[in-house]
Design a protein around this ligand. Structure first.
Ligand SMILES: NC(=O)C1=CN([C@@H]2O[C@H](COP(=O)(O)OP(=O)(O)OC[C@H]3O[C@@H](n4cnc5c(N)ncnc54)[C@H](OP(=O)(O)O)[C@@H]3O)[C@@H](O)[C@H]2O)C=CC1
Ligand SMILES: O=C([O-])CC(=O)C(=O)O
Length: 408
């Protein structure tokens, strides 16, 4: 069968595309905008000490947090330090605005400190973090912001917390959409769609209204491919290409399993594609992957293991972890979000690629258009990506891909 056969119109009507798209039309119009606003944070008593007063002892006064032109800023980040001048002396880059939803949740708790430390966007990249929570999580969100204050990160220039995406997403250049219900033991990720889908419709609308016109959006909340599609369909003024459903955790898991089987360290595994959804139908591609620069099938000659055990291990890793841990993976997910961002802001090493769930329009593989599907990507490091053209397909891979496209 040729790759082009995957373009059969029925793909879009019956398969993955149809479940993604029918959800869209049924649900996207029924979400209300949050109207609750948290009270502006004030302190009845604080120590007043401006940066220019180092020779003077601090004086305790009754006052509010200093006035600032950052209306929703949090705590120490409201102070009007002359950070611009300081940035120039350090030849730092221009500040970037990064929104994180579900900011009081497990994944964010690992991710935020990586972002603020410079590990993700670079050690010369000042950052403003805009944290989105909800009425129920607002106290927890304050706790997270307090921990960020106490960490004294030099690159962290602003922290804003809020529950209205139309405020929190204002001018953001990156939106990391994590906030969504996680699954519990025995559930499939698709079972979360009814609860989580509407979150991404609302957030897509908010991004469309107020975010930077070139915002890059990484959707993590499950089912992340469908949620990414819902989000992009609700943000028609932002390029569809800018939306990603996170499949980097699957890529990392697949690399680890191949390394384990081959008896090499996992940095020796490259060119790992995850095709399809972040779900149990995903196809970890061992045909194109390499170990020490050689095709995996030359290094691991147990092809039955590759086709059966390896594939299933990667597909079901999240569920197995939930059974053991009692909740879904958080730390490794945060690492994979960091990896996904780094792959977009640094040039992809020569000959290698990374996986991301991206919009299929114009793809060179014959995958049905109009859906979000994980495919191999390369980046020049400018936040954008191109799909990799020089991948090969054999009967096994085509059969698996066809199954993904036609599964309900
Ligand atoms: N793509 C991937 O590779 C992975 C995706 N995930 C997914 O990421 C999402 C977040 O996971 P995690 O951070 O561990 O989850 P947590 O339960 O720790 O936090 C999720 C946050 O989502 C918000 N939320 C919105 N709606 C709901 C709801 N109905 N029930 C519960 N929480 C809700 C809550 O914040 P608030 O109240 O502030 O809105 C909550 O703090 C999940 O959907 C999970 O399945 C997890 C691992 C890997
Ligand atoms: O399995 C889950 O529900 C959480 C997740 O997406 C993963 O760990 O891959």
């Amino acid at each position: 069968m040729a790759v082009a056969e995957l373009t059969a119109p029925t793909c879009a009507k019956q398969g993955l595309g149809s479940s993604q798209l029918s959800y869209l039309s049924a649900r996207t119009s029924s979400f209300r905008r949050l109207s609750f606003r948290p009270p502006r944070r004030t302190h009845s008593s604080r120590i007043s000490c401006s940066v220019n007063q180092t020779a003077q002892a601090p004086v305790a006064v009754e006052t509010e947090v200093p006035k600032s032109n950052k209306p929703e800023c949090f705590g120490v980040f409201c102070l009007t330090y002359d950070l611009k001048a300081e940035e120039e002396t350090k030849s730092w880059k221009k500040l970037i605005n990064v929104a994180v939803s579900g900011a009081a949740g497990m994944i964010s708790n690992h991710l935020l400190f990586k972002l603020a430390s410079g590990q993700v966007f670079g050690h010369d990249q000042p950052i403003a973090l805009k944290l989105l929570g909800s009425e129920r999580s607002f106290q927890a969100l304050e706790g997270v912001a307090m921990e960020l204050e106490d960490s004294l990160f030099p690159l962290l220039r602003e922290v804003q917390i809020g529950i209205d995406p139309y405020e929190v997403f204002q001018d953001v250049e990156w939106a990391l959409l994590i906030g969504a219900k996680p699954r519990g033991p025995g559930m499939e990720r698709a079972g979360l769609l009814d609860i989580n889908g509407q979150i991404f419709a609302e957030q897509g609308k908010a991004l469309n209204a107020v975010a930077s016109r070139n915002v890059k959006v990484i959707v993590v909340g499950n089912p992340c491919n469908t949620n990414a599609l819902i989000c992009l369909k609700n943000a028609p003024d932002i390029p569809a290409k800018n939306f990603h459903g996170l499949t980097r955790l699957d890529e990392n898991r697949a690399k680890c399993q191949l390394a384990l089987k081959a008896g090499v360290f996992y940095d020796k595994v490259s060119n790992m594609t995850i095709w399809g959804n972040h779900s149990t139908t995903q196809v970890p591609d061992f045909l194109n992957a390499r170990i020490n620069g050689l095709p995996v099938k030359e290094v691991i000659t147990d092809h039955k293991w590759l086709e059966e055990e390896f594939t299933e291990k990667v597909q079901k890793r999240g569920g197995v972890l939930i059974k053991k841990w009692g909740r879904s993976s958080a730390a490794s997910t945060a690492v994979s979000i960091a990896d996904a961002i780094k792959s977009l802001v640094t040039p992809t090493p020569e000959g290698d690629w990374f996986s991301s769930g991206v919009y299929t329009d114009g793809n060179p593989y014959g995958i049905a258009e109009g859906i979000v599907f994980s495919m191999p990507c390369r980046s020049k490091g400018d936040g954008d990506y191109e799909l990799v053209k020089d991948v090969i397909f054999d009967d096994y891979l085509l059969k698996r891909l066809t199954k993904v496209l036609f599964s309900p």
